[in-house]
Design a protein around this ligand. Structure first.
Ligand code: ATP
Length: 430
């Protein structure tokens, strides 16, 4: 292997540093960090380069917002020297020879990694990593289009270095893994590949299918840990956004990736679920969108939830809730409005959305709750009631509940009406 690696002839493309950096949308502090890092690498005689997405995005003429720097040789020595010339903080370093560097003025975070090779000892398990040459570092990557690097220091200063025909694959819009065991080693690459395919409208190269077939044969998706599967699926939402979800998920369905991964997913429900998610997206935080997406995918199935790395206590709570609602649907729908609202108040939005999908009888009610009722509160708060002479305790709680009920039923509009209502309650009690 080493011989073949050494023998690889890179294709080189000269690109001026200023042109390359222009497409990286970086604050000056980050640009200055790169200039200093380049100087230190030159002084130490080390090869420093930018790798992965930023080089691909440069060739695609797309902006890029990340800095993934790679140094051949010891990153620790390199950082020590750099520290003498630039103010930064190492947020953390990992056993994978990677460093996260915080630039204090802007809060910008740079990734710096040591050029490394990887050995995969088990299907779908995390690799052992070791310090290596840049060629090995290139060849450990997922796809040819992500294996391009941009040299900042000799031997390839201000050049895109292509060892794997990544440039030609980009030109032909082809997504090609670097070798056929790639997805056996790391099945998350298939999910990554689907993201790139959808994002850049690529086609799968023949080798993609062959590598996928090998991974399925080796049951690599089943062997992938629950936390990695969850993280990878979450990147669909975090990196690509919910408008891409239908395409991403239909690619997964096309390869039956969910069932290969040990998930039992109902395709029709999934399509409907994505529509539901879109309806609600404006009232959800990014975190709630992610939670709702995973719950829609899992349904209220214990094994699915386990596979998606939900903690046992959360799974128990979700399934109990689902069963309670499923078996008491009629009773629930005939409860007085205030009681229904108080029940829903205790459930997070993501779970409510999933319930509305898997118990369609509740859909309208949950919609009304999320869009309207959950926002209806009296203007008077506990403090106001105390000022009206009500002591903290049971009575105050009951009055607040009554106020909310009147508000929900549309019988109170203004704050004055609320005050009058509270006074009438107090009067009738005394
Ligand atoms: P994005 O635009 O989604 O950020 P990216 O290519 O920058 O794309 P990252 O997840 O930031 O993606 O990873 C940076 C680089 O690290 C990739 O371009 C790829 O070369 C390499 N890489 C990341 N994950 C893997 C993996 N699972 N297997 C092999 N190489 C990987």
């Amino acid at each position: 292997m080493t011989n073949t690696i050494q023998g690889l002839k890179p294709k080189l493309l000269k690109v001026k540093l200023s042109d390359f950096l222009e497409h990286l949308k970086l604050p000056d502090e980050a640009l200055n960090f790169i200039f200093k890092a380049k100087e230190v690498a030159e002084k130490q005689g080390k090869f420093l380069y930018l790798a992965g997405g930023e080089v691909r995005d440069f060739l695609l003429k797309r902006p890029s917002y990340d800095v993934d720097l790679v140094i051949e040789g010891s990153a620790a020595d390199f950082l020590e020297e750099l520290r003498r010339n630039f103010v930064f903080e190492v947020l953390f370093s990992s056993p994978f020879l990677t460093y996260k560097i915080l630039l204090p003025q802007t809060g910008f975070v740079v990734d710096l990694v040591t050029a490394r090779g990887e050995v995969y000892e088990d299907v779908a398990a995390l690799p052992k990593v070791y310090q290596a040459t840049f060629k090995e570092d290139v060849l450990r990557r997922d796809f040819t289009i992500n294996a391009l690097i941009y040299g900042l220091s000799p031997p390839y200063p201000e050049m895109i270095v292509d060892l794997v025909s990544g440039i030609s694959d980009l030109e032909r819009s082809l997504l090609r893994p670097l070798h056929l065991r790639s997805f056996v080693d790391d099945p998350t690459r298939v999910f990554r590949g689907i993201r790139y395919k959808v994002r850049f409208k690529l086609n799968y190269a023949e080798e993609f299918y062959q590598a996928l077939y090998q991974a399925i044969e080796a049951q690599a998706f089943l062997k992938l840990s629950a936390s990695r599967l969850r993280n990878e699926l979450l990147l669909f939402v975090k990196r690509e956004g919910i408008s891409s979800l239908p395409r991403l998920l239909s690619e997964c369905q096309g390869f039956e990736l969910f069932s290969h991964s040990g998930l039992e997913v109902d395709g029709e429900k999934l399509v409907e679920g994505l529509k539901t998610l879109k309806e609600f997206v404006e009232i959800l935080s990014p975190r709630e969108v992610e939670d709702a997406f995973l719950l829609i995918l899992a349904g209220f199935k214990r094994e699915n939830l386990k596979r998606l790395f939900f903690p046992d206590s959360v799974i128990d709570r979700l399934i109990k809730l689902y069963e309670e609602f499923r078996t008491n649907l009629k009773a629930l729908l005939t409860l007085p409005l205030i009681e229904r609202v108080l029940k829903f108040d205790k459930i997070d939005k993501a779970t409510l959305i999933a319930l509305s999908l898997y118990l369609p009888e509740l859909k309208e009610e949950i919609e009304r709750y999320l869009f309207v009722y959950s926002k209806v509160y009296p203007e008077l708060k506990g403090g106001d009631l105390k000022e009206l002479g009500i002591k903290p305790g049971k009575q105050l709680g009951e009055i607040l509940k009554k106020l909310r009920e009147e508000k929900l039923e549309g019988r109170l509009k203004t704050k004055d009406e609320e005050i009058a209502f509270v006074k009438s309650l107090l009067y009738s009690v005394s």
